[in-house]
Design a binder for this molecule. Structure first.
Ligand SMILES: [Fe+2]
Ligand SMILES: [Fe+2]
Length: 186
C-alpha cells in the first residue's frame, strides 16, 4: 500500500487542531486563576488542602440535604464534588504523596492513594445509579463518612507531622508545585 508523500488534508487538520489546542490553553487561564485562587490565598500546602477539604464538605452537606425529587440538583452537586475532588487528588497524588514516598513515608502514601481509589469508585457508583434510587443517598452518606475519615487522617496526623519534619524551603517548594498542579487542571 502506498502512502501519500504530502500531508494534504491531514496536515491542514493537524494545524487546525494545534491552533485549537493553543487557543484552548490561553482562553481558560482566567477561569483557572479564579478556581485555584482560594487555595493560593489559603497559605502553605497544608492550609490550601484544608481549605479545599472544607469546600468539598460544604458541597457534600448540600447534597445530603437533597431529596429524590431533586434529580438535577443531585447531579449538579455530585458533578461539583467530583470536579473538586479530582483537582484535589491531582495535587496530592502528583506532589504531596510522592514527597511522602521520597521521605521514607511509603506506608502513609500508599494508604492515602488507596483511599483515593475508593473515592473514584464511589463517584462512579453514584453516576451509574439513578438519583431517585433509595440506595443513592445511602451510598452518598457512606462516601461522605469514608471521605471524612481520610480527611481527618491527612489533617490531624499525616500532613502536619510531615510539614513539621521538612525544612521551610522544602515546604515552600511543595506549596509552589502543588498550586501549579491545581492550576493545570482547574
Ligand atoms: Fe487525599
Ligand atoms: Fe486531601
Amino acid at each position: 500500500m502506498r502512502y501519500p508523500t504530502t500531508n494534504g488534508n491531514l496536515g491542514r487538520m493537524a494545524t487546525g487542531a494545534a491552533l485549537g489546542f493553543v487557543a484552548g490553553l490561553a482562553i481558560p487561564h482566567a477561569r483557572k486563576a479564579v478556581m485555584q485562587g482560594p487555595s493560593l490565598m489559603a497559605g502553605d500546602w497544608v492550609d490550601a488542602l484544608k481549605a479545599e477539604h472544607r469546600l468539598v464538605e460544604k458541597t457534600f452537606q448540600m447534597l445530603l440535604a437533597t431529596s429524590k425529587d431533586e434529580p438535577m440538583k443531585r447531579q449538579m452537586l455530585l458533578t461539583k464534588i467530583a470536579y473538586a475532588l479530582t483537582k484535589h487528588a491531582i495535587e496530592e497524588e502528583n506532589v504531596i504523596y510522592p514527597a511522602l514516598m521520597e521521605n521514607g513515608r511509603e506506608d502513609q502514601a500508599r494508604h492515602l492513594v488507596e483511599d483515593h481509589g475508593d473515592v473514584k469508585t464511589f463517584i462512579y457508583e453514584l453516576r451509574r445509579m439513578p438519583t431517585e434510587d433509595p440506595r443513592w443517598i445511602d451510598t452518598a452518606r457512606e462516601f461522605f463518612t469514608d471521605l471524612q475519615e481520610h480527611v481527618r487522617e491527612e489533617e490531624e496526623d499525616i500532613f502536619p507531622t510531615f510539614r513539621e519534619a521538612l525544612p521551610e524551603d522544602e515546604n515552600a517548594r511543595l506549596t509552589r508545585m502543588m498550586n501549579w498542579e491545581g492550576f493545570k487542571v482547574a
